[in-house]
Ligand binder design. Structure first.
Ligand SMILES: [Zn+2]
Length: 303
């Protein structure tokens, strides 16, 4: 098994994490952030199971956002073997659910979107794309309910669902069927990665914010402001990790560049963003070491 594309947090999730730390998100955005985080945790759990149980010759491509003929579709994970593409939609739901004539709901009756419908659409769009590329391939699509505290009543036997108790067995089945990879399969994996769009469209979905509304201050990469700064290092009282001042400054720069991509990066701006918690001279030297200085002496900025 070889991972061709690793999973990373989406830009939207990163942005919401930053804003959650520096502003008070409204209830809708906060709930959205929690659901994105939960989804991401579920996907990471799936990745760990792939690493543990999938050992046949296969290529793994995670987290694709593909646009084809005006349709955008997102795929949580793809496993490519010599003759089949396995497509996965991962759901980290927990609690008791029921399926009634194609409708998914909590057992108290509250309905939610049926992921089987989404899966069908994704499978069809992928099938068309592969056909357009002249590489038609057998596609097997599954919903994976990854959370061990998930129960579904009334599921149909023929629905392409993998429950937590079946995941290991599912991968064993793939291992048993694996043959030597073909060039075509690895070509296909690379083509899918090339086709992946970075999710800049998502930035539009962030709630609006202004620099002067944000909480300033140096913070640990875990998000906590409860830190102890010395001349060389930063100790976090929340996650108990220690990072160097340089790492702390670079983390703030990353955040600043993400939230304000249009702003010129200057020592003064970083200093303000860090709430003047860090030595000004240290900020300047870190910027000098890691970026290229532009502009005049009075108006130096970094790129
Ligand atoms: Zn921390």
């Amino acid at each position: 098994m070889k991972i061709i594309k690793k999973r990373e947090k989406s830009k939207l999730l990163i942005g919401l994490n930053y804003l959650d730390k520096r502003t008070k998100l409204n209830d809708v955005d906060k709930r959205y952030l929690i659901s994105l985080e939960k989804g991401f945790e579920g996907e990471e759990r799936f990745d760990a199971l792939v690493k543990t149980h999938l050992n046949g010759e296969a290529l793994v491509v995670n987290d694709l956002l593909i646009e084809s003929k005006g349709n955008t579709f997102q795929i949580d994970a793809v496993i490519i073997t010599y003759d089949t593409i396995y497509l996965y939609e991962i759901k980290n739901y927990n609690g008791d659910f029921q399926m009634n004539s194609g409708q998914l709901s909590y057992t108290n009756g509250q309905e939610i979107t049926n992921p089987l419908i989404q899966l069908k659409r994704t499978k069809e769009l992928l099938r068309q794309l592969l056909k357009d590329w002249g590489t038609p391939c057998r596609i097997e699509a599954h919903i994976v309910f990854i959370n061990e505290s998930f129960t579904l009543y009334n599921a149909n036997l023929e629905d392409p669902i993998i429950f937590p108790t079946q995941i290991k067995e599912h991968f064993s089945g793939i291992n048993a069927k694996c043959r030597s990879m073909t060039k075509q399969a690895s070509h296909l994996a690379n083509k899918l990665v090339d086709r992946h769009k970075t999710d800049s469209v998502f930035q539009k979905q962030l709630p609006s914010y202004r620099f002067d509304e944000l909480r300033t201050g140096a913070s640990c990469p875990c998000g906590s402001f409860d830190i102890l700064l010395t001349q060389r290092s930063c100790y976090c009282k929340t996650c108990y990790k220690q990072v160097s001042i340089e790492e702390l400054i670079l983390e703030s720069v990353k955040e600043l560049k993400y939230l304000f991509p249009e702003e010129k990066l200057t020592t003064a701006l970083v200093n303000e963003f860090c709430g003047q918690d860090v030595y000004y001279r240290k900020i300047r030297s870190v910027l000098q070491e890691n970026f290229i200085a532009k502009g005049t002496t009075q108006g130096t900025f970094y790129e």
